[in-house]
Design a binder for this molecule. Structure first.
Ligand code: ATP
Length: 224
């Protein structure tokens, strides 16, 4: 049976640092069952936007609503939304197995799809390579029981074969979740996403209708 669609809207997000405007009246809409891409130049504010949606940034104003109901502190509602930051977040002394327990994700579910992670389950996170750690942390977030997931550069540190597999997992998980995907592997973002936002250097989101051409027009892709 299909689950009803849930919508998350974040709007009126204003953020500045020392008078420098980073986000200006940003609007983003996510829906369960959909992948939404977020692209933008280095320093345009994508990570700030993801953190703002979670309620982790000192924004001047912002409103996050789920099916029209205001959510005060999204970061306190892991059953509603989870966020993959760019930096490692699992304590280095924790084992992979303990981390999956902590996030309520069954190791068995991971074992068939990602046997390498299963092989490492008794290792401490701090003992893993950068790519192994990144993959374990992405899976923690992506596989957890939550309605929305914000992914900040999930493909960084991963080798191509893992990126391909992760793309499949993102697609699978999007059947029951709403996923916001921000990464500079723009080809993967465009291929996976049902809709794509571009964050302008002026701090506003624009929904792209013809992504490839508009990304060239905005100087994100070279025009050759
Ligand atoms: N805590 C902070 N204090 C001051 N400035 C900040 C802070 N956090 C971010 N910034 C600035 O806000 C701007 C946007 O940063 P952000 O990390 O969101 O960009 P981004 O689009 O994710 O960049 P990239 O693609 O390079 O990862 C940058 O100029 C950054 O220096």
């Amino acid at each position: 049976m299909n689950r009803p669609t849930t919508t998350l809207e974040a709007d009126s997000i204003w953020l500045q640092f020392g008078g420098r405007k980073i986000l200006q009246s940003v609007y983003v809409k996510l829906e369960t069952g959909q992948i939404t891409g977020l692209l933008g130049r280095n320093g345009s504010g994508k990570s700030c936007l993801l953190k703002s949606i979670m309620g982790l940034m000192p924004t001047e104003t912002q409103s996050v609503r789920v099916d029209g109901h205001y959510v005060e502190k999204p970061y306190q509602q892991p059953g509603l939304i989870r966020y993959l930051p760019q930096h490692p977040f699992v304590p280095p002394s924790m084992t992979i197995r303990a981390a999956f327990d902590w996030y309520g994700v069954k190791m068995d579910e991971i074992a068939t799809e990602y046997p390498k992670i299963d092989d490492l389950k008794n290792q401490r996170i701090g003992q893993l390579s950068g790519g192994e750690k990144r993959l374990a942390e992405i899976l923690l977030i992506l596989k957890s029981d939550t309605a929305f997931v914000l992914l900040d550069e999930p493909f960084s540190h991963l080798m191509p074969v893992q990126i391909e597999q992760l793309q499949q997992t993102i697609r699978q998980e999007s059947r029951r979740k709403g996923i916001l995907l921000s990464d500079h592997l723009y080809r993967s973002v465009l291929d996976l996403s049902d809709s794509v936002y571009f964050l302008n250097t002026g701090g506003r989101t624009i929904r792209l209708n013809a992504p490839e051409q508009e990304l060239k027009d905005r100087g994100y892709l070279s025009s050759e």
